[in-house]
Design a protein around this ligand. Structure first.
Ligand code: HXC
Length: 260
């Protein structure tokens, strides 16, 4: 894929990316490394990080893989400490670890609801909280991966909708509270992105063509679309953008087709 941004826009930066082994956040980790950042990726299982670490290193980038469950604050603290030991600092945090499955509200158990809120919302807070001291030192920034599910209402997604609404609240609150430390906090709300775990779980293949016809830009998003939005938001080009969740969905949510 043709590069849009200069190769060195993240030169000298260290990024800490949760859920950085696969999918959208894996793509973001790889793209950051391709643009000069040293990248720490974290996920519950170290096996899930190996392929991405290899891919980044094969392309000449630097990657440190560290296991950790974002739901567990001491796990997060450990992953952060090991990253700082390894790279000396953290400039950019990407909260991408997420959980999802389709389930009707009247069939969803409280633990099912709570599990997704714990991963997405509490996990995002845990990581922001655990990296605050480093971000304060680096005058760094946070990028939270959200969704558009909760802008209207998405059946079978009450848990993720509630969780991502919480993530958006975290983005706004922290931008206000931590702006004075020079920390920018923004988010991205991806629309329907092909070839992701989320889309495999949410969208049966036969429905894909029907949905494609409804998307205003006439196509599903690609992971590269989110990578480019992420590169822009963490770059100096966005240095006065704070507290924003940028929708990257081909105009989809405005039609209320509800899939994102
Ligand atoms: C109903 C379910 C369920 C399902 C799990 N649960 N799967 N309920 N339908 N399909 C319930 C369980 O019954 C249990 O409740 C509770 O959730 C916890 O389940 P566990 O399997 O013990 O949890 P855990 O092993 O921690 O796994 C978490 C997970 C899992 C979220 C359930 O799917 C996961 O690890 N996902 C990570 C990968 C992932 O989902 N990536 C996609 C992200 S995409 P009980 O009551 O029985 O104890 C994404 C995009 C969102 O986030 C935006 C939209 C596009």
């Amino acid at each position: 894929m043709t590069k849009i941004f200069a190769d060195n826009i993240l030169e000298g930066k260290v990024a800490f990316v949760t859920g950085g082994g696969t999918g959208i956040t894996g793509g973001i980790a790889r793209a950051f490394a391709e643009h000069g950042a040293k990248v720490a990726i974290t996920s519950r299982k170290i096996e899930n990080l190996k392929a991405m670490k290899q891919k980044i290193e094969d392309a000449g980038g630097e990657c440190f893989a560290v296991a950790g469950d974002v739901r567990d604050f001491s796990d997060v603290q450990n992953a952060v400490a090991r990253t700082v030991e390894h790279y000396g600092k953290i400039d950019i945090v990407v909260n991408g670890a997420a959980g999802n499955f389709l389930c009707a509200a009247d069939e969803l158990s409280p633990n099912g609801f709570g599990t997704v809120v714990d991963i997405d919302t509490k996990g995002t807070f845990n990581v922001c909280r655990a990296t605050f001291d480093e971000l304060k030192k680096s005058r760094g920034q946070i990028l939270n991966i959200s969704a558009t599910l909760h802008y209207l209402a998405t059946p079978m997604q009450i848990h993720v909708s509630a969780a991502k609404a919480g993530v958006d609240a975290i983005t706004r609150n922290l931008s206000v509270e931590w702006g004075r430390h020079g920390i920018r906090v923004n988010g991205i709300a991806p629309g329907p992105i092909e070839d992701t775990e989320g889309m495999k779980r949410l969208l049966p293949e036969p429905l894909k063509e029907k949905i494609t016809r409804k998307i205003p830009l006439g196509r599903f998003g690609r992971i590269a679309d989110i990578e480019n939005a992420a590169l822009f938001l963490v770059s100096d080009a966005a240095s006065y953008i704070d507290g924003v969740t940028l929708v990257v969905d081909g105009g989809n949510w405005l039609l209320g087709t509800s899939l994102s």
